[in-house]
Design a protein around this ligand. Structure first.
Ligand code: PLP
Length: 346
């Protein structure tokens, strides 16, 4: 079988969530499972977290809430960061989702289409991405508060840089817009949790840290991606490997061709830079990453491995991201649909 296997350790994921919940102090820790739980599978991830007692989930768009509702049962809260868009009313109602309204327009839409359904409010404190700005908020605040929002939130732009002045600026903007309000408040994702108690408020929203990536440095390894070796060959000095002849052998080299490529989210930018792991031994990627295949150097191994790992204990998504010039979030959310996903602790 040439299908790669993506093993997802839900026991490790839960342990990471518990650490982030502890780091959230008195605040309730929710769980962010948008983008199919960062590529790991929203159904199995959310179901296990719900069994562990997580009561509040976050998704990006209403449609993502359908699978999460099926996984977590009727009681957990599911918030939608994208708010209430035109056409969302039926999905919100049928799945009991809580849209985080981000504009006066969304507030009006929610009032006219679903006045009986819960909602939350998203405020912009400087990131200029989603949420009501201070003047928008002042204009609708009394009417919104009379309708009792379920949660008021904002999002930090620079939380992964603890010394950045933006963190304090956004904290005081959030306080200025919400102090004295009797509604649960939420400001922090993984990075904000680690900034300390001032940033915790009532609810935290950990995502990437649960999945074992920065900025939660002590996170456990959650993913192992094993890619089968399809063929091996010996290449003489001066011969090339792969498209464009971009790698040329400088020593007699044993090359293994493995069965995954950029169509599986193994970003092509790591051509000639990235590594796969055969047990404890790193094997360089030789030349360009193809759509479905990659050549790697196994000269230093004393055997031909049946498969090699892109992700595992030696190399997490952040390490892969460095070779590809991106961040761990993009590596995880790019993980391909072709992988067989196997769950430990489902
Ligand atoms: C993605 C996201 C989160 C989770 O962020 P992490 O950095 O993955 O912990 C929290 N809140 C909002 C608004 C988000 O978009």
């Amino acid at each position: 079988m040439a299908r790669s296997v993506l093993k997802i350790d839900l026991d490790a994921l839960v342990a990471n969530w518990r650490d982030l919940a502890t780091a959230s102090g008195k605040a309730e820790a929710g769980a962010v499972v948008k983008a199919d739980a960062y590529g790991l599978g929203a159904g199995p991830v959310a179901a296990r977290l719900a069994r562990e007692g997580v009561k509040r989930f976050f998704v990006a768009i209403a449609e993502e809430g359908i699978a999460v509702r099926q996984a977590v049962g009727p009681d957990a809260l599911i918030h939608v960061f994208g708010g209430h868009m035109a056409g969302d009313a039926a999905v919100l109602r049928e799945n009991a989702l809580i849209p985080m309204l981000n504009s006066a327009e969304q507030w009006q839409r929610h009032q006219s289409e679903c006045p009986d359904l819960p909602f939350g409010i998203q405020l912009d404190t400087g990131m200029n991405r989603l949420g009501l700005e201070p003047a928008d908020w002042a204009a609708v605040r009394d009417a919104v508060m009379a309708a009792k929002p379920a949660l008021i939130m904002s999002h930090l732009a620079c939380a992964d840089e603890p010394d950045h002045a933006m963190n304090g600026q956004q904290l005081s903007a959030f306080r200025g817009m919400t102090d004295g309000i009797d509604v649960p408040r939420s400001l922090s994702a993984t990075g904000g949790i680690l900034l300390g108690p001032d940033y915790h408020f009532d609810v935290t929203r950990p995502g990437i840290g649960m999945y074992g990536c920065d900025p939660f440095m002590q996170g456990r390894t959650v993913t192992q991606l094993s890619i089968p070796v399809i063929q091996t060959r010996d290449v003489a000095v001066g011969e090339s490997v792969g498209y464009g002849n971009s790698w040329i052998a400088e020593r007699p080299t044993r090359v293994a061709t493995i069965a995954a490529g950029y169509a599986d989210g193994i970003i092509r930018a790591q051509s000639g830079k990235g590594k796969m792991w055969a047990g404890d031994v790193p094997c360089n990627i030789l030349g360009r990453v193809s759509m479905d295949l990659i050549g790697i150097d196994i000269t230093d191994l004393d055997h031909t491995p049946a498969s090699v790992d892109l992700l595992g204990a030696h190399q997490n998504a952040d390490a892969v991201a460095k070779f590809a010039g991106t961040i761990g979030y993009e590596i995880l959310t790019s993980l391909g649909a072709r992988y067989a996903r196997e769950y430990i602790g489902a």
